[in-house]
Design a protein around this ligand. Structure first.
Ligand code: ADP
Ligand code: F6P
Length: 326
């Protein structure tokens, strides 16, 4: 591998608050270290079509506070094919891009891993997803902001839940991961969380009712992680209507509002630290790793570990929620 002179940055998959802070940090740190920076628009799509612009330090001014991503993002089916990745590689050669920093979730880092393997390109990943489902980092960029958005929404829903003495199922995002639902429930003081990790273990609705729904309260809020398998909040509300018709049930699906908004201080700080670390990693000769933060320290996590391992749910959090919702 020759010396790295020019890096490309792209954001891919679902947008997440803090992606702009990461773009800013990568750009500024690369320029600080004498590298040329190219911003690639619309994720892997832009790498295939050549939607690329050189970034100077002022291109990333005044963006640290913005949600979304100034580079836009996309889901690109073509990149999943060897032909698509070949075209992407050819674009990189044409543009003189020697290394890539990819900000995205599990799917985006899978793509980076394949490109790195097939064309011997140094690729560094930054965990950018509200789902917090990447292994090897305590949190992902965007997760803290999404949690705070959930908290805000549930605080408001609680007013109605209490006044009408209702049972609310609030559906949150997370794809196949329950971090937003579980920690959102703890932070919002909800009564329970129904998460995909436990779907096959127990009937979580039955447990919730059995463990004393309405023992001490006349209203309840249950956070439900979205799930194609169970059908999410709507499914559980339907079950309650059929199995426990005495309860007044409502559903709120928070949806994409969880992905927007100005990033929290925590997300801006981890995005900035991870961005700087990505350039440091490239200069040290690291390749094909995701930057993580564990116990407040920067760590390099091989793509194979970050993507393939399911990040486990901490049972202590489940206990906290159970004990505090009596
Ligand atoms: P996220 O990165 O948020 O998990 P996706 O799973 O939608 O989002 O992935 C984003 C993009 O990453 C996809 O549209 C595709 O371009 C690329 N990608 C995902 N999975 C793969 C794969 N198995 N091989 C190559 N590229 C992939
Ligand atoms: O991965 C982030 C995420 O917001 C998931 O929580 C959710 O399942 C998915 O993306 C929704 O994606 P889309 O942008 O296609 O609606």
């Amino acid at each position: 591998m020759g010396t790295i002179k020019c890096i490309g940055i792209l954001t891919s998959g679902g947008d997440a608050p803090g992606m702009n802070a990461a773009i800013r940090a990568i750009t500024r740190s690369a320029i600080y270290n004498g590298l040329t920076v190219k911003g690639i628009y619309r994720g892997y799509k832009g790498l295939i079509t050549g939607e690329i612009q050189e970034f100077k330090t002022q291109n990333v001014s005044n963006i640290i506070q913005l949600g979304g991503t100034i580079l836009k993002t996309a889901r690109c089916e073509e990149f999943k094919t060897p032909e698509g990745r070949k075209t992407a590689y050819e674009t990189m050669q044409k543009e003189g891009i020697d290394a890539l920093v990819v900000i995205g979730g599990d799917g985006s880092l899978t793509g980076a891993r394949l490109l790195a393997q097939e064309y011997d390109i140094p690729c560094i990943g930054l965990p950018g997803t509200i789902d917090n489902d990447l292994f090897g980092t305590d949190t992902t960029i965007g997760y803290d902001t999404a949690l705070n958005t959930i908290l805000d929404a549930v605080d408001k829903i609680r007013d109605t839940a209490t006044s009408h003495e209702r049972l609310f199922f609030v559906e949150v995002m997370g794809r196949d991961a329950g971090f937003l639902a579980l920690n959102g429930a703890i932070a919002a003081g909800a009564e329970a969380a129904i998460i995909p990790e436990f779907n096959t273990e127990v009937d979580q609705l039955e447990e919730f009712i059995k463990n004393g729904f309405r023992k001490s309260k006349n209203s309840s809020i249950v956070l439900v992680a979205e799930s194609e398998i169970t059908g999410g909040a709507i499914h559980y509300a339907e079950r309650v209507k059929n199995e426990y018709p005495q309860y007044d049930v409502r559903v709120t699906i928070l949806g994409h509002l969880q992905r927007g908004g100005s990033p929290t201080a925590h997300d801006r700080i981890i995005a900035s630290r991870m961005g700087v670390a990505s350039i440091q990693a490239l200069m040290e000769g690291q390749r094909n790793v995701m930057i993580g933060i564990e116990n407040d320290q920067i760590v390099y996590v091989p793509f194979s570990k970050a993507i393939k391992n399911d990040k486990p749910i901490d049972r202590e959090l489940v206990n906290v929620l159970n004990e505090l919702s009596i």
